[in-house]
Design a protein around this ligand. Structure first.
Ligand SMILES: [Zn+2]
Length: 393
């Protein structure tokens, strides 16, 4: 442990040479062993936690892939980076970990596993290599995702070529995202299949970390989920609509040079804190961010009092996509969560669902209208329960 004393406050001396960032999509904190899940098969994440620091209450800034990753890589909440929903594009002038480290001479690479992070949405800026090629299915269409083993194979190949230079490597694994495992094996409970997928991602993350070899000693390893997953909580399945803990609380663990082992930080933190914390670990500044450097918490120095922010700005995707071409559909969910330092706070959910018919009536249109009407009724029920304890964060 390397500690310097500045005005009586201990803080981390920059000690890391490289950064390995692993994001596991759709990973709830409470399905990881280090966060108390007794049936977890997450030895890699638990190992990072044991050798480093666990942030017990870490929150995504949005319950959706592109938006959350953009916050993680920029240190900015969604209004500050512009990619407020999947399919939007990060503002081209916003610095990211990749652009900053590339400018400092780091070798930079990302290997991602799913379409929402495709280069066209702008997170590729600053990476020498952005591995986002997805396989084609038997029907010739591009798949939405690729297996963790393929992503990690590509990452290891790159690592072997670039390990001599300081590097920033980001690897994204998608397994826990629905569908959970083999859809034909639907007889097993969804939660068990979800845990199976987490175990696969964790195993592949372990293989990647193992490939660091001697470089591990100089590498800061950060692992996080991008958002959680709902299994019926607040009547939500999946993620992207609401801003409850269910889909915002994620694992965040880090280990490496200068990070004390076995530390657990209980204060609420946001994924917007990751970028400034990583930069601080490398001895580099990152300005104009919403997040803060978390390194004082590693040495039990209290973090500044602050509120954390999250939002949901997601169209109610499936219904809207199905409606496209048949009618204009306007389905928007907006949520805001403001969390106090102890993790408590309030959440606001606003929903607007409307559809205007354009095409002649047919069965599919009626189906879409029916779904929208059902959503609208559910939204009204949610709104009416906003003040009840169950609707709290
Ligand atoms: Zn995601």
């Amino acid at each position: 442990m390397i500690v310097a004393c500045t005005r009586g406050k201990p803080e981390a001396k920059p000690a890391a040479r490289n950064v390995l960032l692993i994001t596991i999509d759709t990973l709830r904190a409470d399905h990881v062993g280090a966060y108390g899940w007794s049936r977890a098969r997450t030895s890699t994440l638990d190992g990072i936690a044991k050798n480093g620091t666990v942030f017990e209450h870490a929150y995504a800034a949005a319950p959706i892939t592109l938006t959350s990753h953009a916050t993680l890589l920029t240190g900015r909440y969604p209004p500050g980076h512009g990619a407020r929903d999947n399919g939007l594009r990060i503002s081209p002038d916003v610095p990211t970990l990749a652009t900053e480290l590339h400018a400092k001479g780091f070798a930079t690479a990302a290997f991602i596993a799913a379409f929402p992070l495709d280069h066209q949405f702008g997170l590729n800026r600053g990476f020498d290599v952005y591995g986002d090629r997805l396989p084609r299915g038997a029907d010739g269409r591009l798949a939405n995702e690729r297996p963790a083993a393929d992503v990690v194979n590509d990452a290891i190949s790159w690592l072997r070529q670039n390990v001599a230079r300081p590097f920033f490597l980001w690897v994204h694994l998608f397994e826990p995202h629905a569908p959970y495992g083999d859809p034909s094996n639907g007889s097993r409970p969804a939660l068990e299949r979800y845990d199976d997928e987490i175990a696969i991602a964790d195993r592949e993350a372990g293989r990647l970390i193992g490939a660091l070899g001697p470089a591990a000693a100089g590498t800061l390893v950060v692992a996080a989920g991008d958002h959680g997953e709902a299994f019926g909580e607040h009547e939500e399945y999946g993620h992207s609509i609401f801003v409850y803990d269910t889909t915002l609380r994620v694992p965040l663990v880090m280990s490496g040079p200068g990070i004390p082992a076995g530390t657990r930080v209980s204060e609420a933190v946001t994924l917007a804190d990751v970028a400034p914390t990583v930069m601080r670990a490398l001895g580099l500044p990152m300005t104009k961010v919403d997040g803060i450097d978390l390194s004082p918490a590693l040495f039990r120095t209290p973090l500044p009092q602050r509120e954390l922010y999250a939002e949901s700005f997601a169209p109610l995707g499936a219904a809207a996509r199905r409606a496209r071409g048949r009618m204009e559909a306007d389905c928007v969910s907006e949520g805001r969560a403001v969390r106090r330092p102890d993790g408590s706070g309030r959440t606001e959910q606003r929903h607007r669902v409307a559809a205007r018919r354009r095409a002649p009536a047919d069965a599919s249109r009626r189906s879409v209208l029916g779904r929208l009407a059902q959503r609208e009724r559910r939204c009204a029920r949610w709104r009416s329960r906003r003040t009840s304890p169950r609707s709290r964060l």
